[in-house]
Design a binder for this molecule. Structure first.
Ligand SMILES: NC(=O)C1=CN([C@@H]2O[C@H](COP(=O)(O)OP(=O)(O)OC[C@H]3O[C@@H](n4cnc5c(N)ncnc54)[C@H](OP(=O)(O)O)[C@@H]3O)[C@@H](O)[C@H]2O)C=CC1
Ligand SMILES: C/C=C/C(C)=O
Length: 340
């Protein structure tokens, strides 16, 4: 019998999640049945959607997310002991996986897949740049914004998991890249190490003037991770036929979802510049045609030194809550992950 631990969410959050909104529950895993595998978790992805998805789930619920682990016991010949698997089993230290009905090489969130032949790349990347957040950046930018060489791409949340990859892919595509992030240290990292043409500290800069200077020819593509006033300032400086990929709105995740905030009127910019603004969820690309292609390209760019995939590592299963608060308040450079 294996003793396992998992995080159960007990409450609908009020503002920033609180430690008491979670309970770590210990439980016994039953013996394996035919077709099942026992996975020991090694890395867990920590994501802002823990907060934004919370109002939509009846409580209590087990905290879901991507994780990567090693098969410790197996009654499934496709997953021998020692294989590394990515699953959506969430914030737990051991799990039994029994849901293979969608195929072992599927990429839907509910599915499980085996990592093959990745010895040259750290496995933790597969819950980040070579997983959900990388695919979000890759498909969101390339399919929705469709950046062309010479165009100006702006990204918010630029030093985070999605944003840091969006900016670097845009550089690969020959664009001018401007990023917004929340500290001078992040600005330095984006400009000096990731090759952004300009980064702006949105907490201290005059947003409108700084963007005008950083994007003198206007903005062609905007990858929106944060929403709110920064997004209004950026959309107001977009060029004719600009494209906006709306990925997240973390600036409002603490707001009361019952109350609509006052909004800047953006319609004249959208109408007269004929902007295309499209929301996305990464699930759209979670099929075997799309996800692997994104991972293959991103892997090649990482191997070729064109993209840096930085992980922000917190150690310890008992530190998952602290890591979450870190992500929601801006501690992380790159992808936040917990090493179990
Ligand atoms: N639509 C989809 O399918 C997906 C959407 N997302 C969304 O994309 C966005 C980025 O996710 P991800 O890359 O995983 O997370 P990040 O790694 O970017 O971490 C979140 C970052 O958001 C920034 N932030 C926090 N509060 C604010 C604020 N009030 N205003 C501006 N920035 C803020 C912080 O950086 P800083 O120091 O710069 O403030 C923080 O580091 C999120 O909105 C997320 O919900 C993510 C994955 C898939
Ligand atoms: C799949 C993730 C969605 C958001 C909004 O974070």
């Amino acid at each position: 019998m294996v003793k396992a631990k998992k995080y159960v969410v007990k409450n609908h959050f009020r503002g920033l999640p609180k430690r008491e909104d979670f309970e770590v529950v210990e439980f016994d895993l039953p013996p394996l049945e035919n077709g099942e595998i026992l996975v020991k978790t090694e890395w867990i992805s920590v994501d802002p959607y823990v907060q934004v998805h919370n109002p939509f789930h009846p409580v209590p619920y087990d905290q879901h997310s991507f994780q990567v682990g090693t098969v410790q016991d197996s009654k499934n010949p496709n997953y021998p002991i020692g294989s590394k698997v990515v699953s959506y089993k969430g914030w737990c230290d051991y799990s039994i996986i029994d849901n293979f009905e969608n195929g072992t090489d599927g990429f839907d969130f509910g599915r499980v897949y085996k990592l093959q032949d990745v010895k040259d790349l750290p496995v933790e990347l597969f819950v980040g740049t070579l997983g959900m957040t990388g695919v979000t950046a890759y498909c969101g930018l390339l399919e929705i914004c469709q950046p062309r060489a010479g165009e100006t791409v702006v990204v918010t949340g630029a030093a985070g998991a999605v944003g840091s990859i969006v900016g670097q892919i845009a550089k690969v595509k020959g664009c001018r890249v401007v990023g917004f992030a929340g500290s001078d240290e992040k600005v330095q990292w984006l400009e000096n190490e990731l090759g952004f043409d300009k980064a702006i500290n949105y907490k201290t800069a005059d947003l409108r003037k700084s963007l005008k200077k950083a994007a003198p020819n206007g903005v062609d593509c905007y990858f929106d991770n944060v929403g709110g006033e920064i997004s209004s300032v950026i959309i107001a400086q977009m060029n004719k036929y600009g494209r906006v990929a709306v990925c997240g709105s973390i600036s409002a995740y603490n707001d009361d979802p019952e109350k609509l905030p006052k909004a800047t009127i953006l319609q004249p910019y959208i109408i007269f510049n004929e902007l295309r603004i499209e929301g996305l969820t990464v699930n759209r690309w979670s099929n075997p045609d799309r996800w692997p292609k994104a991972i293959a390209d991103l892997s090649e760019w990482i191997r070729g030194g064109k993209i840096q995939a930085r992980n922000h590592v917190t150690e310890g299963f008992d530190k998952l809550f602290d890591a979450l608060i870190g992500v929601l308040t801006g501690d992380n450079f790159g992808k936040a992950v917990v090493k179990v």
